[in-house]
Design a protein around this ligand. Structure first.
Ligand code: PLP
Length: 451
């Protein structure tokens, strides 16, 4: 993409390229879009091009951009008390913790605030290790838990490889994923049963008393939006109970309404021991994350100090944004809207697209959280880009979506769609129309039979 024509935009671009070291990137190869403003489901670049933002940025703009109630709450808090150390009590921090725990299962009533998702997961693991006196951690290959040393080692994706020194005490397992089943299963029931059997075997052979925690995304997100089959999370809960393992639900990506319920695990009738959250809790307006702690684990630290903390734990600006976000989500019935658009518009709309576009190998998702698994052959399921990489056809597809005014989230051969939870029906139709045109790029690389 060329640098912006607008002089201010061009200056921003030049300063960025000269001085900003970006995440996860080869710095010289970057070509970032300069974003100047945003509202609701849209954002604008420095040349005043408007885009419908179905990327969710990094899947966090749950109430959309610049929600007026959240913006005012931050402004009011800034005018009243910008900051205060974690040792003091603060009204917005206390209220945010109450609003969060009003939405978690009974018995999960306390919140330890962090600055984001990775540190939430780090602290949840630390709590589990201290609570159980054990070291090892179980995580899925197809999962992501953050970019810090421990959490990147807990992650299954290829970004771990250059950071992996093999000493984090992490043992990885395969979760259920029927479309690319490692268990050679042919139904969701079979996939679920075999995945649970594999997990329990692994625990038995690694040492049944070895594990402090099992950390699981309630719907694996970055790895490909893979809702677990019915019964899987309940099976995991039972296995954790059998071996005295703390069940940590990583809700950083799906918590706060993304899947059409407040938490992803809500749809599976399970109660975790610890819940990690970030992103959607305040729509990412100010960095915030945290761990919701069960009574049992909180009791471990009733008289014994918890050996962990952060300078900005429960920052008032972030907590004021969380209070306003949760209140707006509730008052405007955004979680219900996410469930409805997923079931009635986005899901069926993507199925219709698959009828016209052979490159769509699989469609997965729920609520405001969907993935298209793009392939060059539906029979072999050959991905449109390799694991850990990209390809000309996927790059062309993304460029075409952007040229048609649509931003999506991309990972390897997949397109993820994560609109705000308050997305309108018309915006969904607009996104589907843009995708319909963009997918012609992916179709042009299709070599399989067309049914
Ligand atoms: N856990 C999950 C499930 C995530 O998706 C992410 C980020 O995408 C993280 C943890 C890490 O969060 P953060 O980037 O805020 O540290």
């Amino acid at each position: 993409m060329p640098a912006p024509h607008d002089a201010v935009g061009r200056r921003t671009y030049e300063l960025d390229r000269a001085h900003v070291f970006h995440s996860w990137s080869a710095q010289k190869r970057l070509d970032p879009m300069v974003v100047t403003r945003a509202a609701g489901s849209y954002l604008w670049d420095a040349d005043e091009n408007r885009y419908l933002d179905f990327s969710g940025q990094l899947i966090f703009t749950n109430v959309g951009h610049q929600h007026p109630k959240v913006v005012s709450a931050i402004q009011e808090q800034a005018a009243t008390l910008c900051t205060i150390a974690p040792a003091h009590a603060n009204d917005k921090r206390a209220l945010a913790a109450k609003l969060i725990t009003d939405r978690t299962p009974v018995g999960l009533d306390m919140v330890f605030f962090t600055n984001g998702g990775a540190d939430a997961v780090e602290h949840a693991v630390r709590m589990a290790r201290l609570h159980t006196g054990r070291r090892k951690i179980l995580t899925q290959f197809r999962g992501y838990h953050g970019g810090t040393h421990l959490t990147v080692n807990m992650s299954g994706d290829h970004r771990r490889w250059p950071n992996d020194d093999g000493v984090a005490g992490v043992v990885r397992f395969w979760g259920p994923f029927l479309y690319r089943s490692v268990f050679h299963a042919t139904s969701e029931e079979e996939e679920c049963a075999r995945a649970l059997e594999h997990l329990e075997d692994l625990i038995r052979f690694e040492g049944p008393d070895a594990f402090a925690a099992l950390v699981l995304e309630s719907v694996a997100g970055t790895a490909g939006v893979m809702p677990p089959p019915p019964g899987y999370l309940r099976g995991v809960r039972e296995i954790c109970d059998r071996y005295g393992i703390v069940y940590i639900a990583d809700e950083v990506m799906v918590g706060f309404g993304r899947t059409g319920s407040w938490f992803g695990f809500d749809q599976h009738d399970v109660v975790p021991d610890l819940i990690t959250f970030a992103k959607g809790v305040n729509s990412g307006y100010v960095p915030l994350g945290g761990v919701v702690v069960s009574k049992e684990i909180a009791t471990t630290f009733a008289d014994r100090p918890y050996p962990g903390g952060l300078t900005y734990s429960g920052h008032p600006l972030a907590c004021a944004a969380a209070v306003a976000t949760i209140e707006a989500m509730t008052a405007e019935r955004m979680v219900e809207n996410a469930a409805r658009v997923g079931a009635e518009l986005l899901g069926p709309g993507l199925v219709r697209l698959a009828e016209a576009h052979p490159s769509i190998g699989d469609i997965r998702g729920l609520g405001a959280f969907w993935a298209l698994d793009l392939v060059t052959d539906r029979e072999t399921k050959e991905p449109l880009a390799p694991y850990g990489g990209t390809s000309a056809p996927i790059a062309d597809t993304l460029a075409a979506a952007k040229a048609h005014g649509l931003l999506v989230f991309n990972n390897y051969h997949r397109i993820h769609l994560a609109p705000p939870l308050n997305v309108s029906d018309a915006e969904i139709e607009e996104a589907l129309a843009a995708l319909d045109k963009a997918l012609l790029g992916a179709d042009s690389a299709y070599t399989g039979a067309v049914s």
